[in-house]
Ligand binder design. Structure first.
Ligand code: ME8
Length: 648
């Protein structure tokens, strides 16, 4: 089967921002998902370059509209690779092929008698680039642009939109998922319950020259929407190209709620007049606000793609965008929200599952996928069922543009697998030779969960998924991690496969509040760095003070819980002398996980008594509570060193 997915073509009167980024990431994720299912996909985006708004923006910069359009269109084109968005076609309305097709279609519709000349007086909103009806105004103003429309009286050409009203209503009623989510379908039906006016589709050249000239009257240019919507056909080589025949019947348009009417009504009736079957679906999403305020250039709170990626990382931003917005509703962007998602969902839940599982596979089976035993226990069965349920929910929700639900389902499996580890305690199984088959089964199951996660996250976080694939010993395009028909079931991971082990998938982030460039509305975030000199500044401490502390790498050789305490662990460490350290990490680490680990500890503190045990030092941890849940991460060294090595 084939899939044709389009984004709106964006106006070149402003640079790309988070709103454009979101729509394009959704289209890209959907294309990748459909490819993962084995479909042939065509994904198109581009820029909308004619009309009042562009002419005005160019005039403000004192350059010709075409040169201005070239500059901004180039910025859109350059933005998408930064977000790992890979459109198959990038269309511009100034492309000669597009201009030729718009003129050809205008002529066809005109010859058919669906365009007529008339005089007209109307209320024109420059922001919307269209005449508004009295009913659309709120307190005499355009509700979107909060400006009073101008009364304009002029002669113009009109498209007989009203002629197709009944046909459109019955099409929408007959095809329940023509416009989704349903609230937007209802909005369109409610609008169509009143008589539809014909659409003014020309602008006299005396008022606007930056547009496509009407083929039947050189004194007029085409209204920008009659020009822009046709891009969806131009991009397929309508009417003769094989792409048109293959992809048009599958067309799915993706837009935000701001441009519902032109797509649902203008475009559908234009297609009816042309005699071209309607597109298959219109997917409508809500609006991103910045910290609950509308984003606008004048408020200085517009965030560009480059800044987003530099601040948060590419995949965390893609994940956040898809997970945070319930498709169809508005959502709010904030630095706290994205960092919380990154630290909690990605670093804590997914990252930990991955590194824990692979480090156990390294320790217990030398990174070779072990043979699972046939008679699995109840808990293994539940894990497998959870994986199967995730696949079903994922497939259904991704196909229906409910990305947040699909990701919720994926994270249910992540947390199920994390609980599985805590319950089965692989480290305890490893102590008993008789439990070897059980341990092998557990490790197989965990690696198989990791493989399935790698597969389903591929459309959402392509870079991370590729890293995960390599860590599991796959080439990134291996069908086990790159094809749902092949890999989308339990048990595909081959026994004896050599795993490679895993780097940290998501280094944790903190908000560097002091460095926020509030005035520019931009956000600065940096990786956690201890002892960062820039933070010490003028009031910094003397290095001699730091040297007073004897910080060493210590090796944990034994660990147990301190009785009657959730938090405290009794650790026997080599520093290199053997000593006991009591540490408050019991809620975050199981004692068994720690044996053999090298961590940092302060070794010359006065001995302290904790729950009756004398502690001869303090283990160093990084505390993170960015998402409101405290998490302590043990500090460690990147390569093994001799126990007792000092830190300087
Ligand atoms: O309307 N939240 O172009 P445009 C979510 N050229 N999405 C947003 C957004 C926000 N705050 N801001 C913009 C046009 N978008 C026409 C389209 S199509 C034939 C012609 C996204 O540059 C969203 O997809 O104003 C919205 O529909 C689109 O950008 C509007 O882009």
């Amino acid at each position: 089967m084939s899939v044709y997915i389009t984004t709106p073509i964006y106006y070149v009167n402003a640079e790309p921002h988070i709103g454009h980024a979101y729509t394009t990431i959704v289209a890209d994720t959907y294309s990748r998902f459909q490819r993962l299912r084995g479909q042939r996909v065509r994904f198109q985006t581009g820029t909308d370059e004619h009309g009042d708004k562009i002419a005005e923006a160019a005039a403000r910069e004192d350059i010709a509209p075409r040169a201005y359009a070239d500059k901004i269109s180039g910025k859109f084109r350059a933005a998408w690779p930064l977000l790992a968005c890979k459109p198959d076609n990038f269309i511009r309305t100034t492309d000669p092929a597009h201009i030729a097709l718009v003129r050809r279609i205008l002529q066809t519709v005109y010859d058919k008698g669906d365009i007529y000349f008339d005089s007209y007086t109307g209320l024109y909103c420059r922001g919307c680039e269209r005449f508004l009806t009295e009913k659309e105004l709120v307190d005499g103003l355009c509700p979107d642009h909060r400006a009073a429309p101008r009364e304009i009286a002029e002669q113009n050409y009109f498209f007989r939109m009203s002629k197709y009203q009944d046909k459109l209503v019955s099409h929408i009623k007959k095809h329940a998922d023509f416009i989704t989510p349903v609230r937007y379908r209802n909005e369109v039906l409610s609008f169509l319950s009143e008589p539809l006016e014909d659409l003014c589709i020309s602008r006299p050249k005396s008022r606007l020259t930056w547009g496509i000239e009407l083929p039947f009257d050189e004194n007029f240019v085409t209204y920008v929407w009659f020009d822009a919507l046709i891009n969806y056909l131009t991009g397929l080589g309508y009417p003769d190209d094989k792409n048109f025949h293959e992809f048009w019947p599958t067309a799915e348009h993706l837009i935000a709620k701001d441009i519902l009417k032109p797509h649902a009504i203008y475009w559908s009736t234009m297609l009816m007049s042309l005699g071209v079957p309607l597109y298959k679906k219109l997917h409508v999403h809500g609006y991103w606000n910045n910290e609950d305020a509308k984003m606008s250039k004048s408020l200085g709170n517009v965030i560009g793609p480059q800044e987003l990626v530099e601040s948060y990382g590419l995949d965390p931003f893609r994940y956040f965008a898809l997970r945070e917005m319930s498709f169809g509703l508005d959502a709010s962007f904030s630095r706290e929200a994205i960092i919380a998602r990154r630290n909690s969902d990605l670093a804590n839940d997914l990252g930990n599952l991955f590194s824990r599982s692979l480090s156990m596979a390294e320790k217990y089976v030398g990174l070779i996928v072990p043979v699972p035993v046939a008679d699995e226990s109840e808990i293994d069965h539940e894990l497998r069922e959870a994986a199967v349920a995730m696949l079903a929910a994922y497939n259904e929700n991704m196909a229906d543009f409910r990305f947040h639900r699909a990701l919720q389902a994926v994270w249910e499996l992540v947390s199920h697998a994390n609980k599985y580890i805590v319950t089965v305690e692989p480290w305890a199984l490893a102590k008993d030779e008789k439990q070897k088959p059980r341990l092998d089964t557990v490790l197989y199951n965990l690696c198989e969960v990791l493989r399935l996660l790698t597969l389903v996250l591929r459309p959402v976080m392509p870079d991370t998924s590729a890293k995960m694939a390599v860590a599991l010993g796959y080439a990134p395009d291996d069908e086990a991690v790159a094809s749902l028909p092949v890999g989308g079931r339990w048990g595909v991971l081959a026994v004896d496969q050599r795993l490679r082990g895993c780097p940290a998938l998501f280094p944790r982030l903190e908000v560097a509040k002091a460095q926020e460039k509030q005035s520019e509305g931009s956000i600065q975030v940096k990786a956690v760095k201890h002892g960062d000199e820039s933070q010490a500044g003028e009031t910094g401490q003397d290095i001699a003070d730091f040297r007073k502390f004897d910080i060493r790498v210590v090796e944990i050789v034994a660990a147990s819980r301190v009785k009657k305490s959730d938090k405290l662990l009794r650790l026997t460490v080599l520093a290199p002398d053997e000593r006991i350290i009591v540490s408050g990490i019991g809620q975050y680490y199981a004692p068994e996980e720690l044996i053999g680990r090298q961590v940092l500890a302060v070794c010359n503190l006065k001995p302290a008594k904790l729950m009756g045990i004398t502690s001869q030092g303090m283990i160093l941890t990084a505390r993170d509570d960015a998402d409101g849940r405290e998490w302590l991460a043990l500090s460690t060294v990147m390569a093994p060193v001799a126990a007792g090595a000092s830190i300087s």
